[in-house]
Write a protein that binds this ligand. Sequence first.
Ligand SMILES: [Zn+2]
Length: 60
Amino acid sequence: MSGRICRTADEAFQAGWDEPCDHGLDPGECSACCLTDAEIARLVLLLSDLASPAPERAAA
Ligand SMILES: [Zn+2]
C-alpha cells in the first residue's frame, strides 16, 4: 500500500504542495498555474484591504 493518511494540517498541506499541477508540472514552474504579476498585484490589494484594521465604530 502506497497511500498514506494525512494526520495533521501540515502533512495535508505538504502532500498538496508536493503534488504536480494538472499539467504534470511543479505548480511554481507551470506558466498556466502560477500567478501573473497582475494577479499578484490584485491579490496584494485585496489582502491588504482585508488586513487593515476595521474602522472604529462611532461611540454610542
Ligand atoms: Zn499547471
